[in-house]
Write a protein that binds this ligand. Sequence first.
Ligand code: DPP
Ligand code: ZN
Length: 883
Amino acid sequence: PKEIFLKDYKLPDYYFDTVDLSFSLGEEKTIVCAKISVVPRVDGVAAPLALDGSDLKLISVKINGNELKEGDYHLDTRHLILKSPPSGNFILETVTEILPQKNTSLEGLYKSSGNFCTQCEAEGFRKITFYQDRPDIMAKYTCRIEADKSLYPVLLSNGNLIEQGDLEGGKHFALWEDPFKKPCYLFALVAGQLESRDDTFITCSGRKVDLRIWVPQQDLPKTEHAMYSLKAAMKWDEEVFGREYDLDLFNIVAVPDFNMGAMENKSLNIFNSKLVLASPETATDADYAAILGVIGHEYFHNWTGNRVTCRDWFQLSLKEGLTVFRDQEFSSDLGSRTVKRIGDVSKLRIYQFSQDAGPMAHPVRPHSYIKMDNFYTVTVYEKGAEVVRMYKTLLGSEGFRKGTDLYFERHDGQAVTCEDFFAAMRDANNYDFANFLLWYSQAGTPIVKVTSSYNAEAHTFSLKFSQTVPPTPGQPIKEPMFIPVSMGLLDSSGNDMPLSSIYHDGKLESITSGGQPVYSTVLRVTKGEEEFVFNDVAEKPIPSLLRGYSAPIRLHSDLTENDLFFLLAHDSDEFNRWEAGQILARKLMLSQVVNFQKDDKLVLDPQFVHGIKCILLDSSLDKEFIAKAITLPGEGEIMDMMEVADPDAVHAVRSFIRKQLAFELKQEFINLVKENRSSGKYEFDHDNMARRALKNTALGYLASLEDEEITELVLNEYKTATNMTDQFSALAAIAQKPGQPREDALADFYNKWQHDFLVVNKWFALQSASDIPGNVENVKKLLDHPAFDLRNPNKVYSLIGGFCASPVNFHAKDGSGYKFLGDLVVQLDKLNPQVASRMVSAFSRWKRYDDTRQNLAKAQLEMIVSANGLSENVYEIASKSLA
Ligand code: DPP
Ligand code: ZN
């Protein structure tokens, strides 16, 4: 397999101006005609024109109407190369045959539940027709679709519907035209039996936009929340970013078989059903929130991704980091900012930090790839969003908005790079970004140490920072990075102290605002070692550092446990209150892991129980915040902090602390359950979600106890639940422990919901991710369950992905979990390489474990790499993991 490098980027020799596509969709095969007007980049240069093509059968190829003979072109399994095209503009016409019905990879054109649909990002368009499949080729498209009218009454593509009509033989056609230039990865086609929920949106300039969400008829009632989300997103983007929608029609289609979450094709977004369909009875609060975020995300791409796109795939974070940042802000504005931030930071820590510390570590803008699909990662997306957030932290809201305005003004209609975004931010604000660009090129999570000291005589307070960035594959030596540290100082009653000036880098800087002292500031930490001295600090303060998590780093401070308990109780930055609690919990868990490994008794620090109790009983706090604050860091997060990861020890310790907290705070938890039960109709609003979150977190704690009264309580919550959030949380609580109640509840739940595949997927995931001993056998049985299907990505993510998320069972010391996954990856790779490659990633941190586990995991990776006909997708992940 060939590795592709950013440094090798070359401008194309030819651009495409217009592309007229015509599809004849059949039951055996589909015929695709493409008529492309080709324009040489430099006039008069007649270089060969290489077109990408994969799994295509070429029927004919013409230039300016003349059919080419075999010697005029070269055809192999990846390319069609026109050896000597005419100099000057010309028309290229190809006819190809494809087999969507046999396409299980779910890229290109394929069938899902009887309907045709497409997925072209990153490089799926080459499975539809011969093309220069790269994002800097931007053209205007028309698309004519012809199909049987009764089987495929709805025919959709990008842009506006220009013409439609009936044809002989029970067929019909539709002709679509997209007035905006686009790269081919944004092309989309849908044909099938679908019905739409219709609505309209009036834009800020008064244009009426028709909105349609297309689903199978029986799912129409479940599209209300998606439509609400779409309209909210359209309005928010006008208000916050000044971005108006640009066509008169916006379509969303939900399909059950989809590799990713959703796809932002111009005016025809295609979604995985699970991110569209919701009703209170079938979807949880988490599902509702995910739908809001992803509908927003794909809609926001219309400007960040579509109007301004990427020059090449290395720039993916240009659109994804920015668009994730935009959807995070959207969800924050519509819900609770702190709670959203806590969720996003947790995700970053659990998944991205782990990637950044393993064999697949790569910069936000990768330097190379074998298969681009493997770089739709938490680093490109989530760390990329943190990079965008840092611009905003440094520039402030207004400065950031000036930067995005300039970015759109300069680059509308272009395919650009991360430097172009950077330059817009810099130029719009005339800001000194020092070494900030390193965030795009250096992989690894910076480790920042801070020590503080107070000088009581001089009334000065000093913070000394030192930073290192760990080595990552291909990058042994790192330079210091630009780390914005948002912070404040607390006095002994817990109030923010006024800040007036800082001595730094040999200079005294005033940090007042309009002559008034400020109560928080952002330090620009840019060197390997650096000191900041605050003046006029009246008493010894407790610093609150990295407020709102202002940079994606690991911060080690010299705060004592008492300082942390103090911050937990008093910090005006809610995020840092949560953070203080997490740091305390991590310390506690790590200390007990040591006890466990020495066979010592596990103990729970009474001060920690007291801290949790204070949070539980603090009625001034947001309930969802409380739910987050009393949730212990995940097992993966703790394993990440150990020299040798020990899944059994971490699991035992986390379970012990949970059970002990439940025992000591039993009455408080029972009260929370009783006080926060749902009453009346399900509402998706923050207050109601917060109540459910707190109640269900309390229920989860209680269910860890061996206690008849509690078993009754939890069963009762399950039986009386009136929405999926409560029902599923109660089921999960019951399912924590093996036994008859668990078996009965799981069977009951399946019987209730077997007709609804999205709910059945939750049922799969709950069982597969279970910590109960020897669970691999249950998971193997579920592979044969009639509701399971290896060809459906959501089912694979639920059952197999879910299993790999359980540290104790996936990492079982007898290797049973590894063998299970190894065998499945090989099987799955033949059907769907993208999905197989996501699954094989579960092995990537194998070197973190003890020798026995290492040998077992390595053997599976070696078996996979040597498998016949392995895809490039799986090869890349497996071979890099072994390296
Ligand atoms: N571009 C998609 C998204 O992240 C992924 N295919 O929205
Ligand atoms: Zn995206």
